[in-house]
Ligand binder design. Structure first.
Ligand code: FRU
Length: 490
């Protein structure tokens, strides 16, 4: 077994030796959490503790492909400016030889506690899953509990695809949801309970494929999260194995939620339908936390499993986190809005009012850029279509188009001609309304679009040239009144 310190040294060496190459990449993001080198995937251990936000992430320092996972670590006072911290976990023990997989963080009476999955594979590729604990007094260095693992493998009837514990406290007890798979290859979320966070007993199945009138719903569910929002229980999960259905489930794996009521004695969630959290491209393994101000905040991996062909790999890194979003429950639908703090990034405001666009395409002085926020509210009068072309090149070859088709009430995010990287189109149906509100966040290689105050969100990575900064507004079949348009550099 390699010593912890050796593995850490190797990782820091890799970070150091890649610094110049990575810095030279134009597509390195300006206000998103990224790995210092290598690959980042799931957010882990998202928590607000002692006045600071901590975010950990699945981290493979040695390659832009998945491999031996560490826990990277960043912290922040405002969810916007993140400070890089020393690596929190490196695989060093027999129960995690093939990686410290995803998990969560809690404040256990002042003790900063992580719970994560130790991944082990034998020579034949067979897996073992161990749930483990690590604690910290200073929020910087984490020590693995000598009594680890706290859970040895899966319960009877399930396979070793058993991972990603998300822990919370209710009353005097700790609870945990964990992603699982039955021996019949049906995805599940299981509920566990503990008095001391070390001895755990399984309570039951929360839900899963072919339960609760769901029909077949995937062979494995990863990265579950369960929390209360406005008095209702919300389960987030990432089912694998769903087939695309029209505009739904178009990415390789899904990330969405169920609203219902959790029965803590049986573990069963009585729930409604599954709703995707993001209608764009790169979005997976979201994790939430309740901050000290009482907000339920979500952050997600702005990437997808098995999609490692992003152009940043030429510079030795891949993937990033989304911006943090606050969750609000409206009826049985979650609305997501960027955290208020992101407004502190706003610089050099430019605004317009009452602009009429009629069967034309226009540009507006000062409205362009690559690292910007746009807030637009418009009234779709008799136009059949309204849209914005982002990141346009001068020669017209590159553009990223967001548009609203009023006849069919469909919003569309089109990155077919965005530049390098994956193409594709994503669409969704909106609630009918005369007013369309868009809050768009552009970074050097990402787009996040909040539609109608968070009714829908579209996220995607795009890789236009550095000089593709043009923005165009268009209306077809009639007129649109842009009531207000604001733009900031970020
Ligand atoms: C989800 C996931 C988790 C696992 C981790 C490994 O993307 O597969 O289920 O814990 O990534 O990096």
């Amino acid at each position: 077994m390699v010593k912890n310190t050796e593995l850490l040294k190797k990782a820091y060496h890799k970070i150091e030796e890649s610094k110049d190459l990575i810095k030279s990449d134009y597509h390195r993001l300006k206000y998103h959490v990224m790995p210092p080198v290598g690959l980042l995937n799931d957010p882990n251990g998202f928590i607000h503790i002692n006045g600071e936000y901590h975010l950990f992430y699945q981290f493979h320092p040695f390659d832009t492909k998945h491999g031996l996972k560490y826990w990277g670590h960043v912290k922040s006072r405002d969810l916007v400016n993140w400070e890089e911290m020393p690596i929190a976990l490196a695989p060093s023990e027999w129960y995690e030889t093939h990686g410290c997989y995803s998990g969560s963080a809690v404040n256990n009476n002042g003790i900063f506690t992580l719970m994560y999955t130790g991944n082990v594979k034998d020579e034949k590729g067979n897996r073992e899953s161990y749930q483990c604990i690590a604690t910290s007094r200073d929020g910087i260095t984490f020590e693995k509990w000598p009594g680890n693992p706290v859970i040895h493998n899966q319960p009877k009837g399930y396979t070793r695809h058993f991972r990603d514990p998300k822990v919370w406290k209710k009353g005097a007890n700790w609870y945990m949801v964990i992603g699982a798979q039955t021996v019949e290859e049906q995805g599940r979320v299981l509920l566990y309970k503990s008095h001391d966070i070390k001895k755990w007993e399984m309570i039951g199945e929360v839900t899963g494929s072919n339960l609760n009138n769901l029909g077949y719903f995937g062979y494995m569910w990863e990265c579950p999260d369960l929390f209360e929002l406005n008095g209702k229980d919300v389960l987030i999960a990432c089912p694998q194995g769903l087939q695309p259905q029209g505009d739904f489930y178009n990415n390789i794996y899904q990330a969405g939620y169920f609203i219902g009521k959790l029965d803590y004695s049986t573990g069963r969630l009585n729930h409604g339908k599954f709703t995707e959290l993001d209608r764009g491209f790169e979005f997976y393994a979201p994790q939430t936390m309740l901050d000290e101000k009482g907000r339920r905040i979500l952050i997600a991996w702005m990437g997808l499993p098995e999609r490692e062909d992003h152009p940043t790999i030429d510079y030795g890194w891949i993937h990033a986190m989304t911006i943090p979003r606050v969750l609000h429950l409206v009826g049985d639908k979650i609305y997501q809005r960027p955290v208020e703090e992101i407004k502190t990034l706003r610089k050099k405001p430019i605004s317009y009012k009452q602009i009429e666009i009629k069967d034309e395409e226009i540009e507006l002085e000062g409205i362009c850029g690559d690292v910007i926020e746009i807030l637009v509210e418009c009234e779709i009068r008799d136009a059949t279509q309204f849209g914005i072309k982002l990141r346009c090149s001068d020669d017209g070859t590159q553009q990223t188009v967001v548009s609203y088709d009023k006849l069919n009430n469909i919003f569309k995010f089109d990155r077919e001609r965005s530049g390098k990287g994956y193409g594709g189109i994503r669409r969704c149906t909106l609630k009918r309304s005369q007013i369309l509100k868009l809050n768009i966040f552009l970074d050097t290689s990402s787009v996040e679009i909040f539609v109608n105050d968070g009714e829908e969100v579209f996220t995607g990575r795009v890789y236009p040239d550095k000089d593709s900064k043009g923005i165009k507004f268009f209306a077809k079949g009639g007129s649109v009144n842009v009531k207000t348009l604001e733009k900031w550099e970020l």
